[in-house]
Design a protein around this ligand. Sequence first.
Ligand code: CDP
Length: 232
Amino acid sequence: MKKITIAIDGFSSTGKSTLAKQLAQKLQYVYVDSGAMYRAVALYALQHKLIQNSVLNTEELINNLPLIKVAFQYNASLKASEIYLNEVNVNTEIRTMEVSNTVSIVASVPEVRQQLVALQQHMGAKKGIVMDGRDIGTVVFPDAELKLFMTASADTRAQRRYDELVAGGTTVSFDAVLENITSRDHLDSTREDSPLFKSEGAIEIDNSKLSLDHQFEKVLALVNSKIDFKNP
Ligand code: CDP
């Protein structure tokens, strides 16, 4: 069957990764969480004290880029890929609030983006991929056959992320999560290099009031309309 590229962009905590994983599993495609890659670079910057009190030493980070190796490895028991930073599994560490609070600063550096975008394009060279992020339909795969742009109200998104963090054992206030989400929305959509916006041809999905099953059905119908079953 013909394989396509599916690009999912949108604001923080809009359920992009949940949908992307569902699609990848159903279609037997590769799933790539591009945000995890930016988070891994932000973690490196934190570990090496290149970012302190939200001030990034941009020059030093750029000098360090050749030393930053980000890769995914499949974990058969989890049936999912996990992210590695210089051969160390950092799948859990990249989800802390500390990383969430610094990642958008790191992701605004053009040199960081160049390095990660090249890697992402390499991963998707053979199609059969679902990638989620902020610039997938606009920069990484502008020719993707299916582009989705996901939105939901800030309160809905903050509640989802808050529930996720609390379920994972993190102590955090709802207000801190809401503040992180709205400040990242702002930074991500106003940065100069590859800002987040709905690309031409992207289909917007507001899932504030959409159940996961209903959303999946809707998107699967869109995928099917792109894959020509009669002429694979
Ligand atoms: O999961 P969540 O929506 O909170 O964010 P994420 O997908 O893990 O992405 C974390 C951050 O990485 C975003 O807020 C962006 O600053 C950056 N990012 C980006 O700039 N470009 C991408 N393609 C993906 C993420």
